[in-house]
Ligand binder design. Sequence first.
Ligand SMILES: Nc1ncnc2c1ncn2[C@@H]1O[C@H](COP(=O)(O)OP(=O)(O)OP(=O)(O)O)[C@@H](O)[C@H]1O
Length: 309
Amino acid sequence: MPDPIPAGIRAQHLARSFGDVHAVRDASFEVGPGTVAGLIGPNGSGKTTLLLMLATLLAPDAGSIRIGGLDPVAEPRAVRERMGWMPDALGVWPSLTVRVALEMSGRMYGLGRARAAERAAELIRLVDLVPLAEQPARVLSRGQKQRLSLARALVHDPAVLLLDEPASGLDPAARVALRVLVRRVAAEGKTVLVSSHVLAELEEMADTAVYLSGGVTAAADAVARAARASRDWRIRSLDPAALAAALEAAGYGEHARVDRGETIVPVTDEAAAAQLLAHLTAAGVPIVAYGPAVGDLEHVFLDLNGERP
Ligand SMILES: Nc1ncnc2c1ncn2[C@@H]1O[C@H](COP(=O)(O)OP(=O)(O)OP(=O)(O)O)[C@@H](O)[C@H]1O
């Protein structure tokens, strides 16, 4: 039966200060079901403070929040039942094994003993901790703890998932696995808000973004990001005319565009990029820079922060 409560996040004019520090000044945004939103902002911009408010762990000074239609201030318990929270640092029970920690989390969310055990086993497989399932949490590496933390956030199959810097400490393969997992959660109709100041991390994962700067959200609706099959590559040449001609000859002319003196070309994958570079150098084009362009999120982020003309 479908959940009658909408699985979204809505924040309106949220504010929270710590003494004289206005950590969040005015945050307003909405993230709908089935969506992964990146929460993007520089260090100290208020991301964690905002997430703590959404997670019922910090009361706002002003503004309103709805998580699945519920107010975390008025109904924290009901919100926690529908929300998974992965903090930026895992507070683990160091002596409990991975399996027992997850079983206990499940029990705390009201699962019966058998269901909690079953759910723990599912999650251990999901986050790829099978070989470590019977190890105490204290022996886990930082990245493995991150995965345990993610599993714990998912234990009660929440409709809304809040992830604070989930990829920090993860190796590249684990980052890919995280991205796949987050996308899968969203595909189930859930709402995911992921904070990071590493934009490349979010580029691959997020459908949309909430930009936070100095505690204020900006232009969220203007910056939706569509998942792309191809990636843009940036090319700088000492001879732009020769570059344009060689791109034309290689069949890239139609899609090439010039951005701040550099040419941006969409390529399908690294092999195609390598092939194109070989073609350009064989054609005698003097290339001085060649690599992936910054993604849409970074472009927008830099624009919003006035770091680009
Ligand atoms: N409990 C607190 N007491 C006092 N100041 C705080 C507290 N929590 C956060 N701050 C301040 O509020 C501001 C926002 O901090 P916050 O941790 O929310 O930022 P952030 O965007 O998550 O940063 P980062 O990317 O570095 O994790 C910072 O100036 C921080 O020093």
